[in-house]
Write a protein that binds this ligand. Structure first.
Ligand code: NAP
Length: 277
């Protein structure tokens, strides 16, 4: 469908956005579903971002938000879902009844990726590396999925403590590790990389997988065709592993539902992602 006067703009707002795969698989989904919309990536800094978000929604458009604007988006919303309130982050926006709505579909995306790898996380013990936006989504999904314990290890301990306070104010299930040392005595059903390590080939592994007493499975939120160096290391150790592609796909499918109020053509999106950008 060629863009016309009635075409809806769906935009990815962030910086950088040049390497995002979202335009590729979302436009494939729009074509397959026959919706009159176009998905574009718009690189914007902190001063342009608020005007773009409110302006696009005001013109009937919608979109996604990525680094570094997910937190800054929250006070710009008229209606935020409870997941946005809990995680303090918004990655999807749209307009409804003249108001700007926002959700954080990274949580749903992580939950689906986790289910595909280990099944429901109920009763599981997990280790999350990192404490930024992706880590918040992972911890929120694990708590929602009734994981037994979620340990968090981050380079900056204060950020990890802020995450724990926000998501588990009672301090019952989220434990911040002060260092790697306790890992020697800990076993985990799932270890998640939610740091930025692995984006660059020269990066060290986010964790030596032989350090914890047991690692049942590895989920690297960094995505790369064919897997990441860390998922390859997991395979060498015969630990089931997945990269962040399924989470990317599922957060996008959930966003599609918010924008168009209809089921997403998930297999079309999966095929587009597998085919590359
Ligand atoms: P973010 O909010 O900027 O957080 C980055 C995290 O990485 C922080 O915990 C930071 O620690 C840590 N970190 C950065 N450089 C490090 C280093 N050299 N050594 C150790 N830790 C380091 O970013 P984000 O949005 O959470 O994204 C994190 C990763 O998840 C990215 O790779 C992103 O591509 C991926 N992601 C994937 C999906 C998906 O759909 N698959 C969705 C969202 C994000 P400090 O607190 O110490 O700075």
């Amino acid at each position: 469908m060629h863009p016309g006067a009635g075409t809806r703009l769906v935009a990815l707002l962030g910086d950088p956005v040049a390497h995002s795969l979202s335009p590729h698989f979302q436009n494939a989904a729009f074509a397959a579903a026959g919706v009159d919309a176009v998905y574009l990536a718009l690189r914007c800094d902190g001063s342009a971002f608020p005007g773009l978000l409110r302006g696009i929604a005001g013109a009937g458009g919608a979109g996604n938000i990525t680094v570094p604007h997910k937190t800054a988006a929250v006070p710009l919303l008229d209606v935020a879902t409870p997941v946005v309130e809990r995680t303090g982050a918004c990655n999807t926006f749209w307009s409804e009844d003249g108001r700007v709505h926002g959700d954080n579909t990274d949580v749903e995306g992580f939950a689906a990726a986790c289910r595909a790898l280990i099944g429901a996380p109920a009763g599981a013990r997990a280790l999350v590396l990192g404490a930024g936006g992706a880590a918040r989504a992972a911890v929120a999904a694990l708590l929602e999925g009734r994981a037994d314990a979620v340990h968090v290890l981050n380079r900056t301990i204060e950020t990890a403590r802020a995450l724990a306070t926000a998501l588990d104010p009672g301090g019952r299930r989220v434990i911040v590790l002060p260092s790697r040392e306790p890992l020697r005595r800990e076993g985990y059903d799932l270890v998640v990389n939610a740091t930025s390590l692995g984006i660059d080939d020269a990066d060290p592994f986010p964790l030596d997988l032989e350090l914890p007493a047991r690692v049942g499975a590895v989920l690297d939120l960094v995505y790369r065709p064919g897997g990441t160096p860390w998922t390859a290391e997991a395979a060498r150790l015969r630990v089931p592993a997945a990269d962040g592609t399924e989470m990317l796909l599922q957060q996008g499918a959930a966003a599609f539902v918010r924008w168009f109020d209809r089921a997403a053509p998930v297999e079309v999106m999966r095929a587009a992602l597998a085919g590359g950008g």
